[in-house]
Ligand binder design. Structure first.
Ligand code: HEC
Length: 176
């Protein structure tokens, strides 16, 4: 069937031939192109995430980490000494981000939230006193995902798997 083209083109043997030989395949090509574009747009949509296997993202994250995070969390992600003990001011030192800390106990989405918003509810009690800054005004979302990708790239495959399992458990518990 040759659909809507007949509405705009006069029906004569010439136009019929023209439509057969050119317009219909052409329209098809245009439509196929549009469909490809649409599906490409749909693919561009998924939420950004931290991919420790994406070398480019990890490299970017490493730069950002060294510039903004290493000061407290350590150039080698080792954290501050005695990080489990509160300091004289009652605040906790910066924990390591390697497997010896507890960063991997949390799902990516929560870590993203902590980095972007700081340790405020729902990540910490209201008015929680902490030295961890909120980075939402300094870093773009893609920077934060990149830092996370770098941190995760420093975990063993086993630690990454455990984080995923804990995240899955947390997701199940969150269901009504
Ligand atoms: C001025 C020091 C400081 C800087 C700079 C800093 N942090 Fe922190 N961060 C802390 C402290 C202190 C804590 C622990 C806070 C607490 O529990 O009270 C913390 C906690 C965290 C946590 C939670 C860890 C967990 O296991 O619960 C994450 C994630 C984190 N920081 C990521 C980052 C990232 C990413 C950067 C760089 C963009 C950064 N931090 C820069 C001091 C800092």
């Amino acid at each position: 069937m040759r659909p809507s083209l007949w509405i705009i083109l006069p029906d004569s043997p010439t136009t019929r031939r023209a439509v057969d030989s050119y317009a219909v395949p052409h329209v098809r090509r245009v439509l196929t192109g549009l469909l490809c574009l649409l599906s490409a747009a749909a693919w561009a949509g998924p939420a950004p995430q931290a991919d420790p296997d994406n070398a480019q993202q990890v490299q970017r994250g490493k730069h950002i980490y060294q510039r903004f995070c290493a000061l407290c969390h350590g150039v080698d992600l080792q954290g501050q000494p005695n990080w489990r003990q509160r300091k004289a001011d009652g605040k906790l030192p910066a924990p390591p981000h390697d497997a010896s800390g507890h960063t991997w106990h949390h799902p990516d989405a929560m870590l993203f939230g902590i980095i972007k918003q700081g340790l405020v509810p729902p990540y910490a009690p209201p008015d929680y006193a902490t030295d961890m800054p909120a980075w939402g005004d300094t870093l773009r979302d893609t920077d934060i995902w990149a830092v996370l990708a770098y941190i995760k790239s420093r975990w063993s495959a086993e630690t990454r798997k455990m984080q995923q399992e804990l995240a899955n458990e947390a997701a199940t518990q969150a269901l009504p």
